[in-house]
Write a protein that binds this ligand. Structure first.
Ligand code: NAD
Ligand code: IPM
Ligand code: MN
Length: 352
């Protein structure tokens, strides 16, 4: 029997609520499909920071490196500035483990009403390939002349050929597999260096994938079109920041932040990949017991798929689809219901 070691970092806010609620269910799914995994919990995050002055120990990445995968809840706390917490835990893992593919599926499940009129289940079904290690999130810049009138901040974006090519190629491969189309999101009208370079790379890589239709969209028009014609998208590829923004739109038009899963994938075998819901620590609902656990369950499905455990991945994904399609099933308030996190998990467990 295959067995895996998985690091679990529940993190902040609703992170521990959804991670802890989902874990027994996820273990069931593994059990029933014939493999085992052991989790090691790392209580890193803002509470740890307030006690220790750092979000994770200095050797944090070393301690995660040998796991088969990492599962993370969320990071972010009202008492500590976000740039401190995110740059202390989440972003160093994505970058330090070269998790350059951020894969974010957006599916309108049966039983979910999109805030956009007229779409039925399956009409919206696209996946965003977001560059996850450079671009606008590169740590290039600084602040000078602090406190003076001429105080200056510089934040530069970094686009390398290797970094751009590999995310674009991953997106083309996905589009080929889905027998679909690819939409490249840029801002090449205004950002004439980085984004025109991105367009050039897309043109180069597209030669390797003649069967894939390629569309280029400026990010402002892309944001508009995700609202106006979301059914026409299949695979989108975007830089780090644009991908971040568009995937919150994607989550919302397919029902809720509480349903959106995500994988930070290192396609090689040198480092573990990390899976997490798209949403954050949701301080506005923390402690209320109403956080939707389904984004977490779907992210575990992506984790299992990445490990090659397709049966368990399908069991979780189909279980969520089945539950959402059932009008009588419990739902959390973000989906219009009154149920709690635990009710949703218990119901889902009975369906597996
Ligand atoms: P958020 O995703 O935490 O919340 C946005 C809205 O969606 C809130 O109204 C929240 O209640 C709702 N929501 C989110 N997840 C939900 C769930 N599972 N069930 C029901 N409702 C849910 O975004 P935010 O408010 O902009 O950020 C809060 C904190 O989280 C900040 O510190 C931010 O930096 C951080 N953040 C972290 C991550 C991450 O760890 N990957 C992602 C986004 C934001
Ligand atoms: C996400 C989040 C993060 C990002 C933040 C918290 C740094 O918004 O995963 O979507 O921008 O990548
Ligand atoms: Mn985001």
């Amino acid at each position: 029997m295959d067995s895996y070691d998985i690091a679990v970092i529940p993190g902040d806010g609703i992170g521990p609520e959804v991670v802890d609620a989902a874990l027994p269910l996820v273990e069931d799914a593994a059990d029933e499909t014939g493999f085992a995994f052991e989790t090691t919990r790392f209580d890193w995050g803002t509470e740890y920071y307030l006690d220790n002055g750092e979000m994770m120990p200095e050797d944090g990445l070393d301690r995660l490196a040998d796991f088969d995968a990492v599962f993370l809840g969320a990071v972010g706390h009202p008492e500590v500035p976000d740039h401190v917490t995110l740059h202390g835990l989440l972003l160093p893992i994505r970058k330090g483990f070269d998790q350059y593919v951020c894969k974010r599926p957006n599916v309108l499940f049966e039983g979910i009403e999109s805030p956009l009129r007229g779409y039925e289940s399956g009409d919206i079904d696209f996946v965003v390939y977001r560059e996850n290690t450079e671009g606008e999130y590169a740590d290039v810049g600084g602040r000078e002349h602090r406190g003076f009138e001429h105080e200056t901040a510089v934040q530069s974006a970094l686009f390398t050929r290797q970094g751009t090519e590999r995310i674009v190629r991953a997106a083309f491969e996905a589009a080929t597999e889905r027998e679909g189309s690819l939409t490249s999101i840029t801002k090449s009208n205004a950002q004439a260096h980085s984004m025109v370079f991105w367009d050039d790379v897309v043109a180069d890589v597209s030669d390797e994938f003649p069967s894939v239709d390629v569309e280029r969209l400026l990010v402002d028009a892309g944001a508009m079109d995700l609202i106006r014609r979301p059914d026409e998208f299949d695979v989108l590829v975007a830089s780090n920041l644009f991908g971040d923004i568009l995937t919150d739109i994607g989550a919302q038009i397919t029902g809720s932040m509480g349903l959106a899963p995500s994988g930070n994938i290192h396609p090689g075998d040198e480092y573990p990949s990390m899976f997490e819901p798209v949403h954050g620590s949701a301080p506005d609902i923390v402690g209320d017991g109403v956080a939707n656990p389904l984004a977490t369950v779907l992210s575990w499905s992506m984790l299992f798929e990445d490990l090659g455990e397709q049966q368990a991945a399908d069991a979780l994904w189909d279980g969520v689809a089945d539950q959402l399609a059932d009008e009588s099933a419990p739902r959390t308030p973000d989906l219009g219901g009154t149920a709690g996190t635990g009710d949703v998990v218990a119901d889902l467990r009975s369906r597996l």
